[in-house]
Design a protein around this ligand. Structure first.
Ligand code: ATP
Ligand code: MG
Length: 618
């Protein structure tokens, strides 16, 4: 959630909840003050024999208690949950409290002897609470106000407008009109008040900043540790860094495997065009190089700083100053965290220290997320490996089984009894091996893509020819006509030889398997509108319409093939589709039950530069 203007200006003063809490504390103190005033008066008058105006002071105590009741009511109302208006109301109530307190203090001062009053230090107490409660510069205003109240009381008594209460009989009666005494009292009072307010303000400001930093760190810790998903962790980190400094924009760039390029991986508040400005090369960006060496860097004015690699884009984004801190992993720098401001010279070394602490927390979360990602990847690869290997093992084993059956049936000549026995045992072993492979296939079933062999630009025709060659004998066995129609010019696409072979061998295997003897199968490739289009057509059993949407599902086999006992695992087409998609292609199917099936694949034709582009974008 973005911070609003009101929130921000107010966060420089007091969060509303804290102001309510402080107001309540002040009210609490006032209950004590209001009750103590009459009691102390009675004590001073009757036990100490001081000539205090008893009735007036008791009335003042009662007045304090009365207006405190009203204030209490107002604060409770202001503390209602509608945040924004509550902030303003709390502010108004605080000011009202201060005004009423000054009025009472003025009266109290007058009743206890004016400028000669021994109760003058009470004014300092009030200033202390004001310094803690009120906005940055106003406490000084209140010091002025306090001095004025004292001055006003002194002057009114001096001029005889107000009577002077002489409460310490041993002091000279005209002391309150002695210019030297009055000047000394006022000066010392003002200086003490100013120093007190200054010290209190600087301490509370520092404490508040710490509190803000602490809560920002806490929020960051919560946000980044709530997920193991890398993009989520990075987004949370960028957002928290910007919020913690009340800045509009932040970004995270992580080093790629080359260690020389920083790719934008998360951003907060930045425009899409700025995000598109491409990767930053560390060797050409002294700013990032400095940060990656472990030092936070502050750019005071982005427009004139020679270390900026993309000055035009930075200016267009309205960025004036930048704070760059390293995200240091346990063994190596992982990247950089940047916070941007639209004002020049916005960051202090203290901010840098603070954002570094945020980045340190982020680094732990990033490393956890990376480890999690690596584990998942390893898991995925293992499952994929298992699946591919087991699936590929089936064909040779099935081939060996079929050869053995041919031998056992005596089609390759009569067998002696011992030979038949050995071959039968071999056949049983192979059956067991096949069952094991099938079980492994079931175990390895998971949504995975092919082992990440890098994609290359390669022509389709040689792969298709090889696959056709390998399956030709099976077509022949079944007396199926296998036609191949390939264009003379090369059809290059982005893929892997193994992946393409897997696609075509599975499709042709199906076409031959699900076409009865005497049928025909055709594989055709052509170029159409920048696409390589490959079709595998057969005149086979076809697929019922209601089953068509399911043929891509793992382990799906149509009712008919299961009924007729045609062997298969139902994994071939899901492997085909995964490979086609990985190579940027599409696959579709049209089938009429009893008439035949056509699979149609399209791949974008790969230009000579495609692979290099891919390598660069990595
Ligand atoms: P394998 O994993 O050994 O390839 P399979 O051939 O049964 O087993 P898939 O290739 O995924 O598995 O095919 C899934 C199902 O789709 C098949 O069982 C079959 O019912 C149907 N099918 C696929 N290709 C054809 C086709 N050319 N003609 C008719 N049905 C087909
Ligand atoms: Mg198949």
């Amino acid at each position: 959630m973005a911070e609003t203007e009101t929130d921000r200006s107010f966060s420089e003063w007091l969060p509303s909840q804290a102001a309510v809490r402080d107001s309540l504390r002040l009210i609490h103190i006032r209950w004590v003050a209001g009750a103590l005033l009459p009691l102390t008066t009675v004590f001073c008058v009757h036990l100490l024999g001081l000539p205090l105006p008893e009735l007036q002071l008791i009335a003042l105590g009662a007045a304090i208690l009365l207006y405190n009741i009203a204030l209490n009511h107002l604060v409770q109302k202001a503390a209602a949950p509608q945040a924004r208006s509550a902030i303003r109301r709390v502010q108004q109530v605080v000011i009202l409290q201060v005004v009423l307190d000054w009025l009472s203090l003025g009266i109290f001062l007058h009743l206890t002897g004016g400028v000669v009053s021994p109760a003058i230090p009470f004014l300092l107490l009030h200033m202390l609470s004001v310094a803690i409660l009120l906005p940055r510069r106003s406490p000084y205003l209140y010091v002025g106000l306090g001095t004025s109240v004292l001055l006003l009381v002194t002057w009114l008594e001096w001029a005889g407008v107000l009577p002077h209460y002489r409460i310490i009989p041993s002091l000279p009666p005209g002391l309150y009109r002695d210019p030297v005494y009055v000047a000394a009292r006022l000066t010392f009072f003002t200086v003490t008040a100013l120093v007190l307010v200054y010290l209190t303000r600087s301490i509370t400001r520092r404490l508040r900043r710490r509190e803000r930093h602490l809560s920002a760190l806490l929020r960051t810790a919560q946000a980044v540790s709530s997920s193991l998903d890398l993009p989520e962790v990075l987004d949370a980190l960028a957002r928290q860094a910007a919020h913690a400094l009340s800045m509009p924009k932040a970004s995270i760039r992580l080093l790629d495997e080359t260690g020389d390029r920083l790719a934008m991986t998360a951003a907060f508040g930045l425009s899409p065009s700025y995000l598109d400005k491409g990767p930053v090369e560390v060797s050409r960006s002294p700013l990032d190089a400095e940060a990656l060496a472990g030092q936070p860097v502050i750019v005071r004015e982005a427009a004139t700083d020679p270390r900026i690699q993309y000055p035009k884009e930075v200016a267009a984004e309205g960025i004036r100053s930048i704070l760059v801190v390293p995200i240091m992993g346990e063994r190596r720098p992982l990247g950089v965290l940047r916070v941007y401001s639209d004002q020049p010279d916005c960051f202090t070394p203290e901010d840098a220290e603070f954002v570094t602490a945020i980045a340190r927390q982020g680094a732990i979360a990033i490393e956890n997320a990376l480890a999690h990602q690596a584990l998942r990847e390893a898991d995925r690869r293992r499952a994929e490996f298992m699946r591919v290997v087991t699936h590929e093992l089936r064909s040779p084993v099935a081939g060996a089984q079929s050869l053995l059956r041919t031998l056992l049936r005596g089609l390759a000549g009569e067998l002696t009894a011992p030979q038949r026995d050995i071959l039968s045992r071999l056949a049983r072993r192979l059956d067991a091996l096949m069952a094991l492979i099938d079980d492994l296939l079931v175990l390895a079933a998971s949504k995975t893509v092919e082992l990440e062999e890098p994609l290359r630009r390669l022509p389709l025709q040689p792969v298709i020819r090889q696959v056709v060659e390998a399956l030709a004998h099976r077509a022949e066995e079944k007396q199926i006509t296998l036609t191949v129609d390939l264009p003379p010019e090369a059809l290059p696409i982005r893929g892997t030889e193994e992946g393409l072979a897997r696609i075509f061998s599975n499709l042709l295997d199906n076409a031959i398997k699900y076409t009865p003897s005497g049928g025909h199968v055709c594989i055709k490739a052509a170029e159409r509108g920048g696409q390589a289009v490959i079709t595998v057509t057969d005149s086979g059993i076809g697929i019922p319409e209601d089953e068509l949407p399911h043929i891509w599902d793992e382990f799906f086999r149509s009712r008919r093939v299961r009924r007729e006992g045609i062997r298969g695992t139902g994994l071939g087409l899901s492997i085909v589709r995964q490979n086609v998609e990985r190579f940027g292609g599409t696959i579709g199917v049209r089938s009429v039950e009893g008439e035949g099936t056509t699979f149609r694949i399209t791949f974008p034709i790969a230009g000579p530069g495609d692979i290099e582009e891919e390598a660069e974008s990595l």
